[in-house]
Design a protein around this ligand. Structure first.
Ligand code: MGD
Ligand code: MGD
Ligand code: MO
Length: 899
């Protein structure tokens, strides 16, 4: 082993073999480095050592010690394999095991303890306990068999140190000590967020996943398929264990570069949807108003005729597609190629429009490229985290846990979020701006940075433009004025600016609370100002500005050019050189006029100009804003085609529904929030006649008489690499060989650039661009009729439209959409906790159940949009970011009333 983080390796002798280990390594690590094995029942590489089980006893320079808690000293001589040591360890394990019931050691038991016993020659008769402590099977994914608990504390440490939730504790005394939820009651009512960490580390099976995955852990499992999670954009590497063509368990990969052996309730457990009886297994065609099952030929024939008819009636621009950020890069590449090559239009977009399109626009304007500026690994070394309008504890739990770990290890934390949730509860300073006032807040922080001399003048001089304009603008944003606009106390603003301003390596991580606003792009850019002022981007003095991108492949869908104005690799459709690159490969002319954005597609459909809309994996009727207007658009459009896994709200309204595979059933790649290309591999087959989106797009092109090329996903990425300088070095082969590779990656020998802009920014002048955009108010304001501000966003157990997470155990964890409101408002409007409510906005009405808590500020309410039946997006408006058309999901004026 070489030096780690610059520390000197040290040499030790293990059973006569010389090994080198990094400074600080334990004897256990040294023993393992020497290729020897030791039982270590209370130890897990992911956790701090406990030294409580005494099963890893070795002799170091003559003294018997527990290897896991003894640091390797230079030159120490360690004996591991003498008779007396073996006997000591055997006795210890025997003692632990003797108290357990016989089921602890059944013959095929895969648990770590059972394996250790087998290796020590301890047979099933060793387990002689009588049990009787009972089980807790209240939780859908985590069951506790108290009789198997050996009180090693791994689960408790996993929950605290890795997950940062602190839901578990050890209770009882002596031999009766057992793990329990800290809240005392049943597991299902505890603070557990079902990350699966305790299940994965438990050495005895006391904590286990019920069902076919019982007993499997990331360390002890049969062969598995390595893939990348298809829920959020974190990009967790997962190992999928199957049997008889079905998923048995999805386990976190210990060597996953982003998740490092961790996972969350969605990736780890929410795969029950795969075998839901509601899965679409055959194409559906609308006849006499009803959707009826038909064969693929008939369905694709109908789509082809409809698209041709649309082009005949309105030209190529009468056809449009919404591509899916849930689908792979290769699928997105084909979808945009289909529109541009088969139809001849740029009318293609993806849900980045609804999400982080302001990040793409803002980061490009400030720095030159459309992605986060740094690798998350670096963000994790920061000494001050500024987390803005993001709730990673619920929406990106594995990142949330890594940030939490940073904070537990001493990094300062500033959170800017109107709500008191997640990381905000651990913040050194929690800024609670009025929703929609970010730009003023960021200018306030920037004002303090300049006023207190906390800006990096050398960096500003050498690498930045726009300082004079910004300096002038910031005169209008002293803390008192900003406090009046944002309702953030001036003292808090100053405290936050000092923490960020004085940190050695500050990092900004942000989410939709910045982007989904009328001035979302200004928000991104004025947030980026802070990093620029500090010289904390493109340098080693900080970790830039990093959006927590949402969908598993929203970065990739955009990278692949499923956008109306951009080609694969971000060439502009208006740029002849960029067009020429793809035209040479595709053999057609690409139209130079940018196509329609999603909201414009709906407007065009309502106006009769859009005559065929292909919706691929986005439930626009549930998740796009002002849903009543979306439904009208679909009604007005003569052909609506929907590629879906389930009969979503959108599929219900389609003319043709095409059943498709989901992420555990297909081959390709995703790009995560860190700009890493990651492999996606099929673990099981899609049900019935369902096909991958990849096959569907190709098949439709065939029917329309065009060979799209790219017979396999690997070919599609290869073609994409040929036409895009930033992805030129990527291929399936390479990813299979090397694992993840970040873009930009200009050639096959280039490692990819995890950290951007080290020498120059990618803007035309090579400099970072400060913006001097003034604060402008949000599109909606509360008034006497609609006195409350509704913020919408996420809850931990469900995913967007909930199409997958509502079908499986997650439903038991969170059964409905709640409306959170402050006790003062509950009193004012006569709302009881748990009461059914009607929520009305100027655009529509929703039904929710009240939850009274101080998470939201007075005058503000919050709900998720995970249950389409509650109708949350009938409330949201058509106000959208002035630059990118990203909807203003975060600010809607509403009132509440009885149902
Ligand atoms: N469990 C779960 N995880 C998910 C998803 C899911 O549906 N469920 N969806 C995925 C997707 S697509 C995305 S894009 C990401 C989103 O991940 P996030 O961006 O973290 O998600 P949100 O909960 O929508 O919004 C984040 C926060 O913004 C705050 N906020 C609202 N308005 C303002 C404001 O004006 N200023 C500031 N500073 N903050 C504000 C909200 O209170 C909220 O806590 O999550 C992904 N992960
Ligand atoms: N009120 C409110 N609304 C919001 C938001 C908010 O904060 N507040 N956030 C917005 C954001 S950030 C986003 S990203 C959108 C997300 O909105 P959507 O993209 O609509 O949400 P999802 O539920 O992730 O996925 C859409 C559909 O894709 C299907 N699907 C899954 N995998 C595949 C696949 O591989 N192929 C195909 N063809 N289909 C598949 C699922 O069954 C599901 O019906 O919601 C937006 N809506
Ligand atoms: Mo999103």
């Amino acid at each position: 082993m070489g030096a780690v983080n610059g520390t000197e390796p040290l040499r030790v002798e293990i059973g006569g073999i010389d090994v080198e280990v990094p400074e600080g390594a334990s004897l256990l690590a040294a023993v393992r480095a020497a290729g020897a094995e030791l039982p270590a029942l209370c130890s897990d590489d992911r956790l701090s050592p406990a030294g409580s089980c005494r099963t890893c006893l070795v002799r170091a320079d003559g003294r018997i010690v527990a290897a896991c808690v003894t640091p390797a000293a230079p030159g120490v001589r360690v004996e591991t394999d003498t008779d007396d040591l073996r006997q000591l360890r055997r006795d210890t394990v025997e003692l632990i095991t003797s108290a357990l019931p016989s089921r602890a050691l059944t013959e095929d038991n895969p648990s770590e303890l059972a394996q250790v016993c087998r290796s020590l020659g301890l047979g099933p008769e060793t387990a002689q306990g009588t049990g009787g402590r009972g089980e807790d099977v209240s939780h859908p994914y985590v069951h506790l068999d108290r009789d198997l608990c050996i009180a090693c504390g791994r689960c408790v440490r996993m929950c605290a140190e890795v997950q940062g939730t602190f839901a578990l504790t050890l209770t009882g005394r002596g031999a009766d000590t057992v793990v329990a939820p800290g809240t005392g009651g049943p597991w299902a009512e505890s603070d557990c967020v079902a990350c699966g960490g305790c299940v994965d580390t438990c050495p005895t099976g006391a904590i286990s996943e019920p069902g076919p995955g019982r007993g499997l852990t990331s360390a002890h499992r049969p062969a598995a398929t390595r893939t990348t999670c298809g829920y959020c954009g974190v990009g967790c590497s997962l190992d999928v264990v199957t049997s008889d063509g079905e998923v048995r368990a999805v386990l976190p990969a210990r060597d996953g570069p982003v998740n490092q052996g961790h996972a969350c309730v969605k990736g780890r457990f929410a795969h029950g949807y795969l075998t839901s009886p509601e899965r679409l297994t055959r194409p559906l065609l609308r006849r006499d108003g009803r959707l009826e099952p038909v064969g693929w030929d008939e369905a694709l024939g109908r789509v082809a005729r409809g698209m041709r008819a649309a082009v005949a009636a309105g030209g190529a621009d009468a056809v449009a597609a919404i591509s899916s950020a849930r689908a792979t890069n290769e699928e997105n590449y084909l979808v945009q190629k289909f529109l541009r090559v088969v139809i001849g239009t740029n009318n293609v977009d993806n849900c980045s429009r609804l999400c982080h399109s302001p990040s793409a626009a803002g980061l490009t304007a400030s720095f030159g490229l459309s992605g986060g500026t740094d690798s998350f690994d670096d963000v994790e070394r920061a000494d001050c985290l500024l987390v803005v309008g993001a709730n990673p504890v619920e929406a990106h739990p594995v990142v949330g846990a890594r940030l939490m770990r940073r904070v537990l290890r001493g990094a300062k934390l500033v959170v800017a979020d109107p709500r008191a949730v997640g990381l905000a509860l651990h913040a050194d300073v929690h800024l609670r701006p009025r929703p929609g006032t970010n730009v003023a807040l960021f200018h306030g922080l920037a004002h303090v940075l300049l006023a207190e001399g906390l800006a990096d003048e050398g960096f500003l001089r050498e690498r930045v433009t726009g300082l004079p304009e910004l300096t002038e603008l910031l005169e209008d944003y002293p803390p008192d004025r900003v406090a009046a606009i944002t309702e953030v106390p001036a003292a808090d603003l100053i405290a936050a600016a000092r923490l960020y301003g004085r940190a050695l390596r500050p990092a900004i991580v942000y989410g939709l609370g910045v982007t989904e606003h009328l001035h979302g792009t200004d928000g991104v850019r004025s947030l980026a100002n802070l990093a620029i002022l500090r010289g904390a981007v493109g340098t080693d003095r900080g970790y830039g500005v990093n959006p927590l991108r949402g969908q598993n492949n929203v970065q990739g869908a955009s990278d692949m050019g499923a956008l109306p104005d951009l080609l694969p690799g971000y060439g502009k459709v208006t740029d002849p050189a960029a067009r020429a690159r793809v035209e040479a490969a595709w053999g057609v002319r690409v139209p130079e006029r940018p196509g329609l954005r999603i909201p414009d597609m709906f407007a065009a459909a309502r106006a009769g100009a859009l005559r065929a809309l292909w919706v691929i994996g986005e439930d626009v009727c549930a998740t796009d804003p002002d849903a009543n207007q979306v439904a009208r658009a679909l009604e007005a459009c003569p052909l609506v085609v929907c590629n879906e896994v389930f009969l979503s709200e959108t599929a219900r309204r389609a003319d043709v529904v095409l059943p498709v595979a989901s992420w555990l059933e297909k081959d390709g790649t995703f790009v995560n929030f860190d700009r890493r290309f990651q492999r996606v591999r099929p673990a099981v087959s899609p049900p019935g006649e369902a096909r991958s989106d990849f096959d569907v797009v190709r098949a439709l092109a065939d029917v329309m008489g065009v060979d799209l090329g790219c017979p396999t996903p690997a070919d599609a990425l290869a073609e994409c690499a040929r036409v895009t300088p930033v992805f030129a070095g990527l291929s399936h082969d390479r990813l299979d060989r090397e694992g993840d590779v970040p873009w930009p990656c200009p050639d096959p020998d280039h490692p990819g650039e995890a950290k951007l802009y080290k020498e120059r920014f990618a803007t035309p002048d090579g400099r970072a661009h400060l913006t001097a955009a003034p604060y402008l108010p949000p599109g909606e304001q509360p008034d006497d009729d609609y006195p409350l501000v509704l913020v919408t966003g996420r809850r931990w157990a469900h995913y967007n439209s909930g199409s997958m997470t509502r079908r499986g155990g997650n439903l038991a964890l969170d059964p409905i959409d709640f409306l959170d409101l402050h006790p003062d408002d509950a009193l004012r409007y006569g709302v009881r906790d748990g009461a059914q409510l009607t929520v009305e906005s100027r655009h529509g009405e929703a039904r929710l159940v009240a939850r009274v808590s101080e998470q939201t500020a007075p005058g503000q309410v919050f709900c998720s949009f995970h249950f389409p039946a509650s109708g949350v997006n009938r409330l949201t408006s058509d106000h959208a970011d002035t630059v990118t058309s990203c909807p203003e999901y975060k600010v809607t004026a509403v009132r509440v009333g009885a149902p």
